[in-house]
Design a protein around this ligand. Structure first.
Ligand SMILES: [Zn+2]
Ligand SMILES: [Zn+2]
Length: 671
């Protein structure tokens, strides 16, 4: 005898608040039924297969054909118990939806692999090629032991607590994480270990795997769909206990989490810049709370918002003030004003490089612009060749020879004649990493040079290959963009040179100083991990407080100079921010829409203490052939405000079909 049909209410990843009704026909003989929390596949509109989350189930008369006037369609697939979204993960999904003012359905895809149920091919998951590391734990220093004891006590007490672990570069934060995780595992708890980007931190992954072996699985972009499913299913079945990965690893279906590590917690990549725009560091706290877990936020340069929370007593602040087995390298500030350096290298830096190479040591050079020349400019009339889609100067690249837009990837052949005056005399001005590399070859013809930037890492795996090759000391000099500043440990490096330390300071973003301080401190920290090291900052602003504080590795000094500025201007961490970005092909239409939206925001939100700023043209007012405006909100939106905002944006989108609007809570940049 056949069972009753089921009426199933599903949320789908579409920008609508509503749920959708489907029919489920159980199999002939005691086939399983659908229950709330199940992940299912359904037809939706013209699409044959859309994944959704089951919210409610009730009995259905098999004769019923329509619900609310809509013809019922059948659920086509129910995924297994490994894919159910329940308990703490469902609470986290609901929190993200509410906090970031999104429909629940748009949050659900975070909680399952893109193609659930895909079978992995039998081949072993490819590990990242990297020199093997010791599996044994090291002996902890006194400061490390103090931190571990605090965290371990919390884990034993099943206490939800957050630690801001502020440890200078090379102070042994990873060893602390691993020791705390080890105890959690012994107590039968699981662990999540978040890293900004696994491609940039292969050493940390190797260490975790070496320590915990088969209990660990990593999620990263190098996995196939089937491998991702295998990790997901194994986590759900309790076969693995530690999941390592970028922000998406936070949603792994581990059952009983005792520790969540957010390493390099200041990194922007923890914020997703597409829907759903959530911050994994913030979401980690919610998952920690639901699991009564300890959350460890670690950094040498803590995010100002995290540090502010620690100062306010929301987090416990612990520090590792000393570098293991050595000192932080001294930083020399070289004043570049009035120094003629056609190749970009001051005499101080060149001498330091000579000495380093002569001693058989390695060098990292940091220059935060890729390409050969920033501008391709006519010598006769001064015309700068711009991207036709973005109104921004194109960057000259040598290999292959072309002009490239760094914002939309638009490429053109290098013009023979000036488009404005017809002259054939161009001046490539402002350097990039490609030019630095070429100058290096001329200056140090015997040195082996590697370059790490967006252009040399387009192919999958090239990141890791360059880093691994440099770690094996197959090159003398690594030159690159901010990719070289991330958490690598290169024992052979004894000199770091920053070619233009003031580079990021002028950016029109209130976080420009913070980002510069973080980058300079992090890149300086690559020098002298074993033995003596030195660092050279070349700058045109040698007295700038950010450069001075970074040169002293002094986070406290930076904090003291920056917090009063933020407070005076009402920026985070003192007030929250939300950005509304509008774009469209017709400037007047976007402008009018932005005016309307800002007016609605003012009327409704200003009485609640929210400051509405704008609309104003975005920092880049035209990108990819779209005109851009933005509105900024300052202040904390309460749940009613968020609900109102959701409805307001929905009505707005219905009224202005030719204008795209995005909303971003706690944006990491306001471009
Ligand atoms: Zn010209
Ligand atoms: Zn462009």
């Amino acid at each position: 005898m056949s069972q009753n049909h089921q009426l199933v209410e599903v949320v789908l990843p579409v920008p609508l608040e509503s749920t959708f009704s489907y029919r489920f026909i159980p199999g002939e003989e005691g086939g399983t039924l659908v229950s709330s929390g199940d992940l299912v596949a359904v037809p939706f509109g013209r699409r044959k297969k859309v994944l959704g989350l089951v919210l409610n189930v009730s009995d259905l008369d098999p004769e019923t054909k329509k619900v609310d006037g809509f013809v019922l369609k059948n659920i086509t697939r129910v995924f297994g118990p490994e894919y159910r979204i329940q308990d703490d993960r469902l609470k986290l999904a609901r929190w993200i939806a509410s906090f970031y003012a999104l429909p629940l359905g748009q949050v659900v895809p975070l909680f399952h692999p893109p193609a659930p149920g895909t079978k992995a091919r039998a081949s072993k998951i490819k590990t990242i090629p990297y020199p093997k590391v010791d599996a044994d734990g090291l002996i902890l220093t006194d400061s490390q032991r103090a931190v571990v004891e605090t965290a371990n006590q919390w884990v034993r007490d099943k206490k939800y607590a957050t630690m801001m672990l502020h440890g200078v570069t090379g102070s042994g934060k990873t060893e602390v994480y691993l020791t705390v995780i080890k105890q959690a595992l012994e107590l039968g708890r699981d662990a999540l270990f978040l890293l900004p980007e696994i491609a940039l931190t292969p050493q940390t992954l190797s260490r975790i795997q070496a320590r915990f072996g088969d209990q660990v699985a990593a999620i990263h972009s190098g996995l196939s769909a089937g491998q991702r499913c295998r990790v997901h299913e194994a986590a759900a079945r309790g076969e693995i206990k530690v999941v390592v990965g970028p922000r998406s690893a936070l949603f792994a279906p581990l059952k009983n989490i005792g520790v969540i590590v957010v390493d390099e917690e200041h990194e922007n990549s923890y914020k997703q810049d597409e829907i759903p725009r959530y911050h994994a560091r913030h979401a980690a706290l919610i998952r920690g709370r639901e699991n009564k877990a300890v959350v460890l936020l670690g950094s040498a340069t803590p995010d100002l918002e995290s540090m502010h929370n620690a100062i306010r007593g929301l987090y416990t602040h612990q520090s590792l003030p000393e570098r293991l087995g050595g000192q932080l390298p001294p930083v020399e500030i070289v004043d570049m004003r009035g120094v003629a350096v056609p190749d970009g290298f001051s005499p101080v830096l060149r001498d330091a490089m000579d000495d380093t190479l002569a001693a058989g040591k390695q060098i990292i050079l940091y220059f935060n612009r890729r390409g050969f020349a920033r501008m391709w400019q006519c010598r006769d009339c001064g015309e700068v060749v711009e991207c036709p889609r973005c109104d921004i100067g194109l960057t000259y690249h040598l290999r292959p020879r072309r002009l490239l837009c760094h914002y939309c990837d638009h490429t053109i052949n290098v013009p023979e004649k000036c488009p404005a005056c017809g002259a054939a005399d161009f001046l490539p001005s402002g350097g990039g990493t490609e030019k630095v590399e070429l100058n290096l070859q001329a200056l140090f013809p015997d040195a082996r040079i590697l370059r790490l930037d967006h252009d040399t890492t387009r192919r999958r795996g090239s990141h890791q290959n360059i880093l691994a090759s440099f770690a094996r000391q197959e090159a003398d000099i690594l030159v690159g963009t901010q990719m070289v500043a991330k958490g690598h440990h290169f024992p052979g490096v004894s000199l770091v040179g920053v070619l233009s330390a003031d580079h990021g300071l002028g950016l029109p973003d209130f976080r420009a100083s913070e980002r510069s301080f973080q980058l300079l401190t992090q890149v300086a920290g690559r020098s002298g991990r074993t033995g003596a090291g030195r660092v050279v900052f070349q700058t045109y602003q040698p007295e700038h407080p950010v450069i001075v504080a970074a040169a002293r590795h002094d986070y406290g000094e930076f904090l003291e100079s920056e917090l009063p500025v933020r407070k005076a201007l009402g920026y985070p961490p003192y007030r929250r921010l939300m950005r509304l970005g509008l774009s469209g092909r017709t400037q007047a239409v976007v402008q009018e829409a932005a005016d309307q939206l800002a007016r609605a925001m003012r009327t409704h939100l200003e009485p609640c203490g929210i400051t509405v700023m704008g609309p104003a043209p975005a920092v880049f007012p035209r990108l990819n052939d779209r005109y851009r405006f933005q509105i900024l909100l300052k202040g904390t939106l309460n749940p009613d405000n968020r609900q109102w905002l959701k409805e307001c944006l929905k009505n707005f989108k219905d009224a202005y079909r030719k204008v795209d609007v995005l909303h971003d809570f706690d944006p990491v940049s306001i471009y």
